[in-house]
Write a protein that binds this ligand. Sequence first.
Ligand code: SF4
Ligand code: SF4
Length: 177
Amino acid sequence: MEEKKKKKVKTIKIDLDKCNGCKACEVICSAFHANPPYSSNNPARSRVRMIREPIRDIYVPVYAGEYTPAECMGRDKYIIDGKEYDECALCRAACPSRNVFKEPDSGLPLKCDMCEGEEEPLCVKWCITDALTYEEREEDIDEEPKAPEVDASLKSMIDKYGMDKIADAITRMSQKG
Ligand code: SF4
Ligand code: SF4
């Protein structure tokens, strides 16, 4: 019988009860993703963002997820412990309706890459309260990702940002490697 291919699933588990809002995760993420790495520290470059409500002692780290070329049709509003948060405040997407999770220099979307190349995500390493913990597991893969899906998402990025900005971002990412 043919052995199934495996994929590695990486998870950062977030324990809100332990987070104290110190923002060390934002600081190290933005420094690691500076070009060259560690040359600057700009939280706007971070792939994790702290939503804070110090009076109520509520801190929620939100990780940058997928880029989406279109705004979603609805809006979410969360009420946590009586405090109502802005629309989209806890959303992970880089999308056209707000400036969150966008590279400050180029406007290109940001996405958490789990600190590719590092043994452990740096935000996890720097979180002294252990609000963040890292887990890995393997899952079976049924089929390879379909090339047309990859092409479509690349094309939508090029349509939105232009070939030059995309090429520039790829060059910067490859320099990090
Ligand atoms: S895992 Fe790495 S890239 Fe993702 S938010 Fe944490 S420090 Fe940033
Ligand atoms: S480093 Fe940990 S405790 Fe500090 S803000 Fe980030 S998740 Fe919260």
